[in-house]
Design a protein around this ligand. Sequence first.
Ligand code: HEC
Ligand code: HEC
Ligand code: HEC
Length: 316
Amino acid sequence: MKKIIFSLLLTVGAINTASAVEGNVDAGKAKAAVCGACHGATGLNPNPTYPDLAGQHAAYIAKQLADFKSGARTDMMMAPMAANLSEQDMADLAAYFSSQKRVSKKATVSDDSSATTTATASVDSAAIVTSTGAKAIYEGDVKAGQGKSAMCASCHGADGNSPIAIYPKLAGQSASYLAKQLADFKSGNRVDPVMAGMAAALSEEDMNDLATYFAVQTPTAGQAEGSDIGHKLYFGGDVNKGITACVACHGVKGKGMAQAGFPALAGQNAAYLKKQIASFRDGSRGNDRNNMMRNIAIKLSDSDIDELVNYMSSLK
Ligand code: HEC
Ligand code: HEC
Ligand code: HEC
C-alpha cells in the first residue's frame, strides 16, 4: 500500500502525507554521482549492458531500487549500490533520472570516446610500464586496463585522480598493491560494499590490467597542509607510545615501496586516509599482512591521525 501511495505522489507531485517521500531533482543529481559510472551522468550509457534511466518513470526507478535493496530483484552490481540508499535517496534519484531527456545516443558515444582519448593521449603504454617496473611484477596491460577502467571513472576519475575526498586516488599507486586490494575486495579480506560489487566480476587478468593502467597515471598534488607535529610523527614515530615511524615503510617522500607491498600515501585524499587508519585501528580493515598497520594504528590518538593524514596528503 505504501508503495502505491509513493508512486502516485511521484507522478502527482506535492501532496503532504506523513509517510510519503517526495523526490527532489537537485538532491537526486548530487546523489547520482556514483551511478554515472555505469548509467552515465544523465542516465544514458552507450554500453548496452547498462539500462538507460533518463526519462524513465520515477515510480518505476524507485521501485527497482527498493527491490534491489530488499533482494526482490537480484543483481550483483546494483545490490551494493542500493544497499545504503534511504527511501528519500531513492525518491531523489528517481526524480533526477526521470527528469533527464533521452537524447540521441550517437552524441553520447562520440562524447565519451573523445573524453577517454584525451585522458590518456599522453600515455605511451609500453615505455612507461617498463620504466615503472609494474610489468615486472604483474603482466598487466595498460591499454587493456584503460578499456576496463570506464566503470571506475565516476568515483576514481578517468586517470585515477579521484575528485571526491572519500574515494582514494589510484594514480601512481604501485600496481602490486592495487591488484592486491582488488583481490582482497573480491575475497572479502578487505570489506567495502561498493568495492565488493566492483571487484566481484573481475578476473585476475582484469585486476592486473586495471592495476597497471592506474599505476602509470600521474597523481595530482593533495590539498591538505602538513604541520610540524605531523612531520615529526611521520619521521620519528613516538617512542613513549611505541609508535613505529611511518617513514620506515612508506618512505621519505611517502611513495611507499612497491616491491614490499607498502602503498604510496603522498598526495592521497586526506579524508580517505583518515578512514583507513581508523579502520585499521578498530580492526574493520584487516588485510595488512602480519597486522603491520593494525599494530601501529591501535596506538594512534584521534589527533595523531588528523596530523598524520594532513601531513601525508601534503607530500608531493
Ligand atoms: C557498477 C555499475 C552500476 C552502478 C554504479 C549503478 N548501476 Fe544501476 N544497474 C546496473 C546494471 C548492470 C543494471 C541491470 C541489472 C539487471 O540486469 O537486472 C542496473 C539496473 C538499474 C536499474 C533498473 C533499471 C531498469 O530499467 O529496470 C535502476 C533503477 C538503477 N540501476 C539505478 C541505479 C542508481 C540510482 C545508481 C546509483 C545509486 C546505480 N544504478 C548505479 C549497474 C550499475
Ligand atoms: C561507486 C564508487 C566506486 C567505483 C565505481 C569504484 N570504486 Fe574503487 N573504491 C571506492 C571506495 C569508496 C573505496 C574505498 C573503500 C574503503 O573505504 O575501504 C575504493 C577503493 C578502491 C581501491 C583501494 C585503494 C587503496 O588505496 O587502497 C582500489 C584499488 C579500487 N577502489 C579500484 C577500483 C577499480 C579498479 C574500479 C573499477 C573496476 C573501482 N575501484 C570502482 C569507490 C568506487
Ligand atoms: C612495518 C611497515 C609499515 C609501517 C611502519 C607503517 N605502515 Fe602503513 N601500511 C603498511 C602496509 C603493508 C600497508 C598495506 C596493507 C595492505 O596490504 O592492504 C599499509 C597501509 C597504510 C594505509 C592505507 C593506504 C591505502 O591506500 O589504503 C595508510 C593510510 C597507512 N598505511 C598509514 C601509515 C601511517 C600513518 C604510519 C605511521 C604512523 C604507517 N602507515 C606505518 C605498512 C606499514
